[in-house]
Design a protein around this ligand. Structure first.
Ligand SMILES: *[C@@H]1O[C@H](CO)[C@@H](O)[C@H](O)[C@H]1NC(C)=O
Length: 321
């Protein structure tokens, strides 16, 4: 259903052109952050290509394969910090942390400048709201409530943003400084924002809005059969067993907020390490627990879609090559 919201948003911008594209993109990023936060941790089907943001993916697609392999080779040399010809798990993990941080810093900078061109110390909620949702000011209540209306989608996003804003606003002055604004834009990176990410995820999956996730909602979030008589693939059966056996710890047939939290945001979870382990596992063809440049180039598709290459972005950046 995330997809439905995304399509609604894209269609809305195309037709009405109301919120500026930059903002729509941010909202979409918000949603997809939560989406890959959720999938990345626990869904084996999730393809790391999802890490390629829309524009980065496009930029990357325009490179001929030989050129992107050449660029990937240059990145590998950088990841191999001690230049011994092997990329270790630790080197890969450090690199992922570094690119992730760089990506977030740049993203926060961009949005900060956009909402706060005079670089004041904080952005007040009202400024942010006007910039992003001001186009709804003239709409009447009925329009905002009607179920099929895209205005309804936006008014829900507004409510969600409002709530997330409160969570990020540590000193409760209803204005966010740069640190707080970073937490608002990238809650998935901030342990203090964990509860709100859990809540947003739960709400996304909970289609009947009863405040908990049923088995059918859990499956429906990742799998929609093409026809009624389609036989369920094995991975879906495994997901069912996951739900019943592990996710629903109190065995009441539902995942509540605590169970969703244990699922998507276990406190000890290290995203960079998980991603690094995944990459080593997939690419280490001789199983010596470190990667040569050749092993990485052999799995070129995996790496260009990975966070290790800065969501593919690094490959498309001109300054580095
Ligand atoms: C923003 O405010 C928080 C308290 O809400 C404070 O801890 C943090 O240091 C401030 N950051 C900046 C960049 O001023």
């Amino acid at each position: 259903m995330i997809t439905t919201v995304l399509i609604a948003l894209v269609v809305t911008t195309a037709l009405a052109g109301v919120p500026n594209q930059e903002e729509t993109k941010r909202i979409i990023d918000h949603l997809s952050d939560v989406e890959h936060f959720k999938n990345e941790h626990h869904n084996k089907q999730y393809d790391h290509d999802a890490f390629l943001g829309e524009d980065q993916a496009k930029a990357f697609d325009q490179l001929p394969p030989e050129e992107s392999k050449r660029r990937l080779g240059i990145i590998v040399d950088k990841i191999d910090g001690d230049s011994d010809g092997y990329v270790t798990l630790v080197e890969l993990k450090d690199w992922i942390r570094y690119t992730q941080k760089r990506y977030i810093d740049e993203d926060v900078d961009r949005h900060w400048r956009q909402h706060n061109p005079s670089n004041d110390e904080t952005i007040p909620w009202e400024t942010y709201r006007k910039n992003v949702y001001g186009f709804m000011d003239g709409m009447d209540e009925k329009e905002l409530q009607s179920d099929s209306n895209e205005a309804y989608t936006y008014s829900n996003l507004l409510k969600r943003d409002r709530r997330r804003w409160h969570h990020a606003d540590a000193d409760e002055n209803d204005a966010l400084n740069r640190t707080e604004f970073a937490a608002f834009l990238h809650p998935e990176e901030n342990p203090l924002m964990r509860d709100i990410v859990v809540l947003e995820t739960l709400e996304d999956i909970d289609t009947d809005k009863d405040g908990k996730v049923s088995l059918e909602e859990y499956i429906g979030d990742v799998y929609k059969p093409d026809s009624d008589d389609e036989e369920e693939p094995d991975w879906v059966k495994q997901e069912r067993e996951q739900f019943t056996g592990y996710r629903d710890t109190n065995k009441d047939g539902y995942m509540d907020e605590h169970e969703v939290k244990a699922w998507i945001a276990p406190p000890e979870f290290d995203h960079a390490e998980a991603e690094a382990r995944h990459l080593v596992f997939e690419a280490d063809s001789d199983a010596d627990e470190k990667l040569t440049k050749q092993e990485i180039l052999d799995k070129y598709d995996l790496f260009v879609g990975s966070q290790a290459t800065d969501f593919g972005q690094a490959l498309a950046r001109h300054d580095e090559f």
